[in-house]
Design a protein around this ligand. Structure first.
Ligand code: IPE
Ligand code: IPE
Ligand code: MG
Length: 250
């Protein structure tokens, strides 16, 4: 496989990990088996990201809307989360990975919440890569919470509404500590955002693949980054402004 440009690795990669259910159905298995295999893919992709030098990896593990799934499936997903965190703590420490999470974790069952907070605490000094789990996360409620917080500050007279700009707004989001994603990947052929990082993906490069999440691996990640490296990120400017050509403009 062709080499990646080491100077152009996306700083922040965000992934909508979709297709576990269909992966299982194709094999006449229970959806939960798909989630179990999905967890193996998470382990591989976290390590591959670390090796590639990605600084921030955000994984959409459970959306606010996913609470509407059958009780047994929600239960199984939560228990897999606990299992994943317990099994990966040593590896996270060895590889200098810092775990953080965004979302409303008050909804997460007690045991899993405990192991999550414990993992966050034990890895908080790590500097190699930030692994950000979006758990019980929804982009709209994140934006609404930020809006309410800003409205309160204005009401108390601590802030003028004219002072609210993009930077201040971003600082009130759950992602205030991390940069916006450069690359957003969604697996399983769906081409939608499903309430993920609505504000933050404003200028992310989007990459969709038909590969189902349990089949996603280092090679697939490599392919996505290769594609990212072939894109020209213009941020509203012209191509010539971003990468001036040798030819003089007439
Ligand atoms: C993604 O796989 C995992 C979660 C949303 C938690 P799905 O469970 O959505 O798989 P499909 O979309 O039904 O195939
Ligand atoms: C998005 O996948 C949420 C996660 C990957 C956690 P879904 O499978 O829930 O999305 P929709 O419902 O098909 O849009
Ligand atoms: Mg799905």
């Amino acid at each position: 496989m062709e080499e990646l440009d080491k100077d152009n690795i996306p700083r922040h990669v965000a992934i909508i990990m979709d297709g576990n259910g269909r992966w299982a159905r194709k094999r006449l298995m229970n959806r939960i088996n798909g989630h179990r295999r999905g967890m193996e893919a998470v382990k591989n992709v976290v390590m591959a990201s670390r090796e590639l030098g990605i600084k921030y990896l955000t994984l959409y593990a459970f959306s606010t809307e996913n609470w509407r799934r059958p009780k047994e499936e929600v239960r199984a997903l939560m228990s897999l989360l606990g299992k994943y965190l317990r099994s990966e703590l040593t590896l996270m420490i060895e590889n200098n990975i810092k775990l953080i999470s965004i979302g409303n974790i008050d909804n997460i069952p007690k045991d899993e919440k405990e192991v999550l907070l414990n993992t966050i605490e034990k890895t908080k000094e790590n500097k190699g890569m930030v692994l950000n789990l979006a758990l019980s996360y929804g982009g709209r409620s994140e934006i609404l919470d930020a809006t309410r917080a800003l409205a309160d500050e204005v009401k108390k007279g601590e802030l003028e509404s004219s002072e609210i700009d993009a930077e201040l707004f971003s600082s009130h989001l759950l992602t205030s500590e991390i940069p916006d994603p450069d690359l957003l990947i969604r697996t399983s052929g769906e081409m939608r955002i499903s309430n993920f990082l609505l504000w933050q993906v404003a200028y992310a490069e989007l990459y969709f693949t038909d590969t189902l999440w349990p089949d996603f691996n280092k090679e697939e990640l490599f392919k996505a980054i290769k594609e990212y490296q072939s894109r020209e990120r213009r941020f509203g400017k012209t191509g010539d402004q971003v990468s001036p050509s040798e030819v003089d403009v007439l």
